[in-house]
Design a protein around this ligand. Sequence first.
Ligand code: PMV
Length: 317
Amino acid sequence: MKTLPEQAKGFAHGKIILMGEHAVVYGEPAIALPFRATPVEVTIEKIATPNRIISSYYQGLLCEAPRSLNNLSILIKTICNDLNQSSDHLSITITSSIPAERGMGSSAAVATALVRALFTYYDEQLDASHLLNYVDLSEKIAHGNPSGIDARVTSSDVPIFYQKGSVFEPFTLNIAGYLIASDTGVQGQTRQTVKDVADQVKRSPDQTMVIIKRLGRLTLQAKEAIEKNQEVTLGKLMTQAHELLRQLNVSNDLLDQLVETALSHGALGAKLTGGGRGGCMIALTRTKKEAELVSNKLMEQGAVNTWIHALGADNEG
Ligand code: PMV
């Protein structure tokens, strides 16, 4: 029998949807990036008492945790059962720098780090497809029926091009430039906006599907711009996507204002990212200095946090 370590850790990171949110639900492509500026760490330790969880959101016995942590309790039970291990006497410490409910993949990243930590703790091999199955299970409990982007990208080291029904295609960000992600401080409304877009499709199918198809085309053009290192084109496509997302009624005043602020201070493009009506927006600049200027202006205009991500140099996070 294996001797279990006193402690094991698992890691993951946030994600940003560069292009294609909402349209992806209707079979159009999307591009998402791993966002290493927002890491997550889960530590598992052996304890004598029943399972407990320590996070910024809740500290206490796992069996008394709020319903919103059900996904994690079920994940722990399922994994321990699959690995023939007792699912008790674990202390689970979650240290996450991803703000929750901002479209940055917080729940999927925590689940990814948790699965990795548990497999390391029990000294078991974990392949990518098993990891995804576990994170998908957790995401379904947390969010109903997500597209699966978060589960893939929070565990991936490379950007992903995704279209429903086909494989997730990793690809290289061959583009100079800096991406600024900016938190509105307002919870994203993904579940509601996805439902509202579905209602809009029902109400005016032709008009709405034209917008969705245009978003899909912009994503394909963005992929091409990235492959050809055309950051000016990519910026324009991002701003056009924001306009179409506004027409889908998933933006709000604050997101529009932050997009305007970024554009009027030299950003090549800007848009909301994720579900919308809160959460985050992103902007593209040519240089780090420009990114810092835009980031400061966004903070002045009401953003509560910003992160700068070097696109071409993937390792610089
Ligand atoms: O808010 P987020 O980052 O979870 O992104 C939602 C993206 C949508 O396309 C709106 C929905 C989905 O499941 O893909």
